[in-house]
Design a protein around this ligand. Structure first.
Ligand code: HEM
Ligand code: NAG
Ligand code: NAG
Length: 344
């Protein structure tokens, strides 16, 4: 190749790769895009709400997990409609939708059509973790919103609480997350609650799940009585350290090492040979948990993201901008769970 064609070829390569350079997540994506400080705006609204409702942190951390595991972190969870992700059984306690709408409304007034709902979820989650005595971590932004939201995808992608450690590692691997990330992210269960239906089988199966501490089992039987099994409305803390409710710290790992995990999968990671060592390390080192949990949330926040020209910036987080164009792609499909232990 002569110098001229070599040069032209080089220029073409640069031109082709140019959009790709920008088509990725980065810190401070909105700095040059909006006149207002987007991250400060999100933080202010989250702090106001968090002061009134300390359970917000659990709602948002779970929201980020459920959004990112289904169709990637693209706010598909927020879409309203028949058979969308949010209507699926495992959505259970996913809450906090109104907060995302409140933030979106203010950002649309001050910097219209620029800030994605997907980024709002990730920024707001970070802020509520920081507000709940976790450590503030820097998040990347630049996500775009998706238009596909199917209940069947939520059912196929969200693990059930009785899944085995091995299968759960496979589920996380399919999202580009490894066993270490999985153990760190399950640390999200240091906050929030689960309903009886998600753990009562551990109390009443025969033989009962012997991996649960006796006194905890007795306490939970009062919350979830056997005679109404299957319709118990009660709830219990995922982190059984009552001094640490809604506080993002490593006490979840300490509790599961004392057989005081609520969900079956939480208990299993404590002593499975694939995960036990990391659980032990984290249970002894809160500072290490803080830093590594933040890094794992950033990694979770990058799962299947849409960037650059993909997707859109929704005007209203509950609806795609052009429902007519999107409706053909939201037709429910019958995706079957391929991994044992997936819901249902
Ligand atoms: C194998 C993986 C996981 C399983 C099987 C699982 C399962 C569950 C279940 C069954 C509940 C209770 C829901 C209810 O009864 O309403 C729950 C709650 C929760 N999960 Fe997970 N989860 C997993 C991973 C994660 C991850 C990775 C995070 C975040 C990093 C997370 C964050 C939460 C939070 C914060 C709650 C409490 C929500 C609230 O109180 O509003 N979970 N999870
Ligand atoms: C898992 O991923 C993290 C972060 O991406 C990396 O630092 C770590 O070495 C990986 N761990 C394993 C066991 O592969
Ligand atoms: C917000 C929302 O749509 N929640 C749904 C979660 O799943 C249950 C069970 O399928 C539905 O009854 C809720 O309406």
């Amino acid at each position: 190749m002569n110098t001229v064609t070599g040069f032209t070829f080089g220029v073409m390569l640069i031109l082709i790769s140019f959009p790709a350079c920008y088509a990725q997540l980065r810190n401070g994506f909105y700095t040059d895009i909006c006149k207002i400080n987007v991250e400060e705006t999100v933080q202010r609204i989250v702090f106001e709400r968090n002061q009134k409702d300390s359970t917000l942190v659990a709602a948002l951390v779970r929201m980020q997990f459920h959004d990112c595991f289904v169709e990637g972190c693209d706010a598909s969870l927020l879409l309203k409609g028949d058979d969308t992700e949010k209507t699926a059984g495992p959505n259970g306690s996913v809450r906090g939708y109104e907060l995302i709408d409140e933030i979106k409304t203010e950002l649309e007034q001050k910097c219209p059509d620029k800030v994605s709902c997907a980024d709002i979820i990730v920024m707001a989650t970070r802020d509520t973790v920081a507000f709940s005595r976790g450590r503030r971590y820097e998040v990347e932004t630049g996500r775009r919103d998706g238009s596909i939201s199917r209940a069947s995808d939520a059912i196929a992608n969200l693990p059930s609480p009785s899944i085995s450690v091995f299968d759960s590692i496979e589920v996380f691997k399919a999202k580009g997350l490894n066993a270490t990330d999985m153990v760190l992210l399950l640390g999200g269960h240091t906050i929030g609650k689960a309903s009886c239906g998600n753990f009562e089988s551990r109390l009443y199966s025969s033989p009962p799940d012997s991996s649960m501490d006796r006194s905890l089992a007795e306490k939970l039987k009062m919350i979830c009585p056997k005679k109404t099994e299957g319709s118990n409305a009660g709830q219990a803390d995922l982190d059984q350290n009552s001094a640490s409710t809604n506080i993002v710290d490593n006490s979840f790992y300490q509790q599961i090492r004392m057989n005081r995990g609520l969900l079956s999968i939480d208990q299993k990671i404590a002593f499975d040979m694939l995960t036990a060592e990391l659980v032990k390390t984290l249970s002894n080192d809160n500072v290490q948990f803080f830093t590594r949990f933040g890094a794992a949330m950033v990694k979770l926040g990058a799962v299947g993201v849409k960037v650059g020209n993909e997707g859109e910036i929704r005007k209203d987080c509950k609806f795609v901008n052009n429902p007519a164009a999107a409706s053909s792609s939201t037709t429910p499909t019958t995706t079957q769970p391929s991994i044992p232990g997936m819901l249902p």
